[in-house]
Design a protein around this ligand. Structure first.
Ligand code: NAD
Length: 266
């Protein structure tokens, strides 16, 4: 049986942290499948506008941008409401914005802990809280949290990040149980390493924390954890996201889906 092409025409998606890396690639994949998209994230306004206009032109869908800071609950609620205000619906929410800081726990700056928990975990709560009533009223919706292999296992020097991503999986499971009878699903995607600006920053931070060269960190730390010895590709993440977004994904609920080259199998 040939796999049906995934068509999200007429749908509306929000991807937080989509001005860079994984979020931008996932927003683009959703637009390519026909969904309208609301972008979000930090960055240079002119560069963000250029990205927004390019995605809209390349795929012929409406693309908007909301500047919500993921540490500000009222701004997050307004971002979700933008979908209702401007498009009258919200089909997919992808809480993806994330930050990282790498340091031994005894030297971990408390303000970095607070920021990582706020951006990586609490922002997902605020976005989901605002999105669920819209999705329940539609009797259909998809929440796809961008967690991490670090939602399932730990690595040293990443206390806040690992705690935040484990928290995202707990949030995912709880919401999944609450929405299960309403046509809404809530899942978490758990990638291994994907080469984005966030990982490039970690290579430098890990080199400092471990007193190693950046090359050693890449070979012996980052890809040491990933049995395939290569980074996860954006196209591989997009395939999983689009499957979850489609009707084929309707019975996948409350799952933490590993896409990590076998990292968490070890
Ligand atoms: P990235 O640094 O390329 O992108 C992060 C995005 O989050 C950017 O758009 C940034 O502007 C946005 N952001 C950060 N703080 C924000 C704030 N306060 N308000 C609004 N937006 C904010 O990183 P990435 O690697 O693409 O990471 C995306 C997600 O994937 C993160 O949740 C990350 O933890 C997760 N992840 C990444 C990897 C990887 O290897 N790159 C692996 C597993 C999980």
């Amino acid at each position: 049986m040939p796999a049906p092409a995934i068509d999200l025409s007429g749908q509306v998606a929000i991807v937080t942290g989509s001005t860079s890396g994984i979020g931008q690639a996932m927003a683009e994949a959703l637009a390519q499948a026909g969904s309208r998209v609301i972008l979000n994230g930090l960055g240079d306004p002119a560069a963000i506008e250029a990205t927004r206009a390019r995605i809209a032109a390349d795929y012929g869908v409406e693309v908007r941008y909301h500047p919500a800071d993921m540490t500000k609950p009222a701004e997050i609620a307004d971002m979700v409401d933008m979908a209702r205000r401007e498009f009258g619906r919200l089909d997919l929410l992808m809480p993806n914005a994330g930050v990282q800081h790498v340091a031994p726990v005894e030297a971990f700056p408390p303000e970095q802990w607070d920021k990582i928990i706020a951006v990586n975990l609490t922002s997902a709560f605020h976005a989901i809280r605002a999105a669920v009533p819209i999705m329940k009223a539609q009797k259909r919706g998809r929440i796809v949290n961008l967690a991490s292999a670090h939602g399932l296992v730990a690595s040293p020097f990443k206390s806040a990040y690992v705690a935040s991503k484990h928290g995202v999986i707990g949030l995912t499971k709880t919401v999944a149980l609450e929405v299960a009878e309403s046509g809404v699903t809530c899942n978490a995607i758990c990638p291994g390493y994907v080469k984005t600006p966030l990982v490039e920053g970690q290579i430098a931070d890990q080199a400092k924390a471990r007193n190693m060269s950046p090359e050693q960190v890449m070979r012996d730390v980052i890809l040491a954890a990933q049995p395939t010895k290569r980074f996860v590709e954006f196209s591989e993440l997009a395939g999983l996201l689009l499957y979850l977004a489609s009707d084929m994904g309707a019975s996948v609920n409350g799952a933490a889906l590993s896409i990590d080259g076998g990292w968490t199998a070890a």
